[in-house]
Design a binder for this molecule. Structure first.
Ligand SMILES: NC(=O)c1ccc[n+]([C@@H]2O[C@H](COP(=O)([O-])OP(=O)(O)OC[C@H]3O[C@@H](n4cnc5c(N)ncnc54)[C@H](OP(=O)(O)O)[C@@H]3O)[C@@H](O)[C@H]2O)c1
Length: 339
């Protein structure tokens, strides 16, 4: 590898995971308000796979480096960048709006998307918790105004977003009910703070949920992380003026029981984390930093790949999120230092 080059994963045409190649690309030069970050860990998210598959169509540079999340060390800065060489940072929001992504040894990132990495937190855990943590925080607090003592139901509490929602809701003083796909994942949900876990593969959720709600009281905030929600299941369990968050399933067209919804004064909230401003995301990130530092937010790592195996990482993410075929718990990481 000659000076000025870096190892990266990239593709030039959208398609299945094996369109992703790896090899050498030029190290980017940071713009005036950018920092050049040596990437120690990047995380894979479902959106990366939608962009690569072409189901979410965005303007992409060619070649395009996938990946939104990163953590690492600043090694160079632009003239107007306030970060310092040597700063440890994490962030998300790369690989979008024409920006290159993070599955590379170096990434030039606008300073507005970078946050300080607490000393006690590893790059792996910061990257693992980046997009999913900001999403959970924005949903719970900016959009749904969670209050202490409320009851939250998280559908998909063992997933990337769901496990962050469980931890953040519990830390905010909520009572948390969730679902998991196996007894092992249910135990991890309990360790994350869930008060009640329904085994969605083994138990009848339409029987178990009303039983639990009979003891906890009705649900104030339903955080739906699945792409195909059942509103006939959800609405009867909701408290008056409860809030229902939808944040997955671009193609989803579920039936909407209007009558039961309005007679309870319910609110439906939709959001995408990428629509939040840099300031809104920074506020979430800084609060996540406090929780990462004191252990209230502990993002799990499920699998690690080197840059050359980025296509395998995408395949595994699709098996997990789209086909629901994977038993892994925790985020899928790309580690540029791993061969
Ligand atoms: N709007 C936004 O800003 C935003 C941000 C991030 C993600 N998303 C979207 O949110 C969704 C979740 O993302 P993610 O990163 O959390 O995915 P993920 O890590 O793959 O988690 C999905 C989870 O869903 C659970 N699950 C599957 N089928 C279920 C069922 N029938 N009942 C209950 N749980 C079930 C699985 O649990 P088990 O493993 O226990 O079986 C899995 O852990 C994706 O569609 C993603 O595109 C949206």
């Amino acid at each position: 590898m000659s000076a000025g080059q870096m190892r990266a994963a990239w593709f030039t045409e959208t398609g299945p995971p094996d369109v992703i190649r790896s090899g050498l690309l030029p190290v980017p030069v940071p713009g005036s308000r950018q920092a050049l970050v040596r990437v120690e860990a990047a995380a894979c998210n479902p959106i990366d796979t939608y962009i690569r598959a072409g189901t979410v169509r965005l303007p992409l540079p060619r070649p395009y480096i996938p990946g939104c999340d990163l953590a690492g060390t600043v090694v160079a800065v632009g003239a107007d960048c306030e970060l310092q060489i040597g700063d440890r940072v994490w962030g998300s929001n790369q690989g979008l709006s024409g920006r290159q992504g993070t599955f590379s040894e170096f990434c030039a990132v606008d300073q507005q998307w970078l946050y300080p990495l607490p000393e006690s937190v590893s790059a792996k855990h910061a990257a693992a918790g980046a997009l999913v943590g900001i999403t959970a925080h924005l949903g719970l607090f900016l959009h749904a105004g969670l209050q202490p003592g409320e009851t939250v139901f998280v559908n998909g509490g063992s997933g990337g977003v769901g496990s962050a929602v469980v931890q953040l809701a519990k830390a905010a003083g909520a009572q948390v009910i969730t679902t998991a796909g196996s007894p092992e994942k249910a135990e991890l949900c309990r360790l994350s703070g869930a008060d009640h876990v329904i085994l969605y593969r083994d138990e009848d959720i339409d029987q178990r949920l009303p039983e639990i709600v009979g003891r906890t009281g009705l649900i104030h905030l339903w955080f739906e992380t699945l792409r195909m929600p059942s509103l006939d299941r959800c609405i009867p369990q909701m408290a008056m003026r409860g809030r229902i968050i939808f944040m997955a399933g671009r193609d989803s067209r579920p039936e909407f029981p209007v009558g039961p919804f309005y007679v309870r004064d319910l609110r439906a909230i939709g959001f995408a984390m990428f629509n939040a401003s840099a300031d809104e995301q920074r506020q979430s990130a800084l609060e996540l930093n406090n929780m990462l530092a004191d252990g209230r937010y502990r993002p799990a790592v499920g699998a690690e790949f080197g840059i050359a195996a980025a296509a395998q990482a995408h395949l595994l993410q699709e098996q997990k999120t789209i086909r629901n075929e994977s038993s892994i718990h925790g985020k899928i990481l790309i580690l540029p230092g791993m061969t």
